[in-house]
Design a protein around this ligand. Structure first.
Ligand SMILES: CC(C)(COP(=O)(O)OP(=O)(O)OC[C@H]1O[C@@H](n2cnc3c(N)ncnc32)[C@H](O)[C@@H]1OP(=O)(O)O)[C@@H](O)C(=O)NCCC(=O)NCCS
Length: 204
C-alpha cells in the first residue's frame, strides 16, 4: 500500500491576475501535454495558448492554483469571474438563468500523470472555491467538460470519466446547458468547435 512518504511533496500556491504572467509558458506546456490525451485530443499550439491564457492574465480576479514539485510546475488549475470570459462561454450560461456577475468559472485542471491520485485535484477545487468565496460576490462555481460519444473509438481501454470525481466535489450537470469551444484536434488541420457540458455547484 502507498504511504504519504511514497509521494513527492507538492506545494499548492494560489496566484492571481498579473502574477499569472510569469507562468504562462509553463502552463501552456502543461496544457498541451495533458490535453493531448482523450477526451480532449488537443493538438496544441503556442499561438492558441497565448490567446487563451491572455484572458486570465488580463482578469484582475483570475486565479491560478500552481502545483510545484520543488521549483517545477507539475500541475495547474485556473478560474476567473464569468464576466471576464469570452462570449461563447458566457452567453449560454446567462441564457440558462445564471447571471454572469454571480458565476465564478473554472478553466481547467491539468496535472502530470505521475502526480495523480494523491489529492492534488481535490486541492485544486478547494483552493479555487476558496478564492471565489474570498471575492465575496459569487453564488455559483461552474466549469464545463467536453462531450464524447460513449462509443468513441478513440476512448482508451480502462478510461474512467471524471464525472464521479466531479460529483463527489459537489457538482452536477446542468441539463441542456452546453457551450462550444474550438480547438484543433489530433488528426484535424484546423480548429473546429467542440461541445462542452456545464457543471455547477452553489457556493455555501
Ligand atoms: C483532473 C485531475 C487534475 C485530477 O487530479 P488528481 O490529483 O489525480 O485527483 P485527486 O488525487 O485529488 O483525486 C482523485 C481521487 O483520489 C482521492 N485522493 C487520493 N489521495 C488523496 C488525498 N491525499 N487527499 C484527498 N483526496 C485524495 C480523491 O479523494 C479522489 O477520489 P474521490 O473522487 O473518490 O474523492 C487529473 O486527473 C488530470 O490532470 N486529468 C487530465 C486533465 C483533465 O481531464 N482535466 C479536467 C478537465 S479540465
Amino acid at each position: 500500500m502507498a504511504s504519504d512518504s511514497d509521494f513527492p511533496r507538492i506545494m499548492l500556491k494560489p496566484l492571481t491576475g498579473v502574477q499569472l504572467e510569469q507562468y504562462v509558458a509553463d502552463l501552456a506546456r502543461l496544457r498541451i501535454e495533458v490535453f493531448r490525451d482523450y477526451p480532449y485530443l488537443y493538438d496544441g499550439s503556442a499561438a492558441y495558448e497565448e490567446k487563451y491564457l491572455r484572458t486570465y492574465v488580463d482578469s484582475p480576479d483570475s486565479v491560478l492554483i500552481a502545483a510545484f514539485h520543488g521549483d517545477q510546475l507539475v500541475g495547474a488549475s485556473t478560474g476567473l469571474p464569468m464576466d471576464h470570459e469570452t462570449d461563447n462561454i458566457k452567453e449560454p450560461v446567462a441564457a440558462a438563468g445564471f447571471p454572469s456577475s454571480e458565476v465564478f468559472y473554472f478553466g481547467e485542471s491539468v496535472l502530470q500523470r505521475s502526480y495523480r491520485g494523491q489529492g492534488i485535484g481535490v486541492g485544486f477545487f478547494r483552493e479555487r472555491e476558496a478564492h471565489a468565496r474570498r471575492l465575496g460576490r459569487f453564488r455559483y462555481c461552474m466549469f464545463c467538460g467536453v462531450v464524447r460519444a460513449d462509443d468513441d473509438l478513440r476512448r482508451p481501454a480502462g478510461h474512467v470519466p471524471l464525472d464521479g470525481f466531479w460529483q463527489r466535489r459537489g457538482y452536477h450537470k446542468v441539463p441542456g446547458l452546453v457551450c462550444r469551444i474550438a480547438w484543433t484536434e489530433l488528426g484535424e488541420t484546423e480548429e473546429t468547435p467542440k461541445v462542452l457540458q456545464f457543471w455547477v455547484r452553489a457556493l455555501d
